[in-house]
Design a protein around this ligand. Sequence first.
Ligand SMILES: [Zn+2]
Ligand SMILES: [Zn+2]
Length: 201
Amino acid sequence: MASPPKPWKAEYAKSGRSSCKTCKNSIDKEVLRLGKMVQATQFDGFMPMWNHASCVLKKAKQIKSIDDVEGLESLRWEDQQKIRSYVEGGGPAPSTNVVVPMEYGIEVSQTSRAACRRCSQKIMKGEVRMSSKSAGQGAKGLAWHHANCFMDLYPSVQVEKLPGWKGLKGSDQASVSALVKNIPHSTKNGSDHLIFITYEL
Ligand SMILES: [Zn+2]
Ligand SMILES: [Zn+2]
C-alpha cells in the first residue's frame, strides 16, 4: 500500500495531452495545472486528476492548506502566490473592486516558532515580525512575516499606525521605518489597504 500523497499536486504540464476535469478542455504544455490525487484503479497508488489551475482556483474551498499542495515550492513565485492567496482567502481571489479589509500588527517575536509566510524562513526570537489577516478571521488566520517581507507584500501599510508599534524599542522602530523609506513611491502608492487597528493575542 503506497502511503497517501498530499491531496493536490501542482506543476507545469509536461505535455499537452492531459485534459481538465473541470472544463474538459485540454491543458496546454507548460500551463500550470493542479492535480487532485485519487486512488488509482489500475495499480496500488495514487494518480492526479488534472485541472487547469485557473479552473480550480475559480471555485471556493478546493484547497484547504498550502501544505496540501505537492510541488508548490518549485512553481514560479507569482504562481505560488496565486495559490497561497487562494488558500489564505479561503476561496477565489476577490475581484478588484472588492476591498477586503486586512488587519495588521507588529511585535517583537517572543519565540522562534513562527515561519514567515512570504519566504518560509523561521522568524527568530527577538526579531520584529508583522502579522496580517483578513478581517473577521480569528487568530488562526494570522500570517506572520519578517518586517522586510511584510513591507514587500503590503508596501502601503503605515507602520506607525499598527497596533504594537508603540511597544517596539526605538531601534526596532527605526529599522522598520527604514524599510518603508526604501520603497519607491510608485509602488508605495500603488495599492490601498484598509487598515484596521485591532489586535488580538
Ligand atoms: Zn479547465
Ligand atoms: Zn521572510
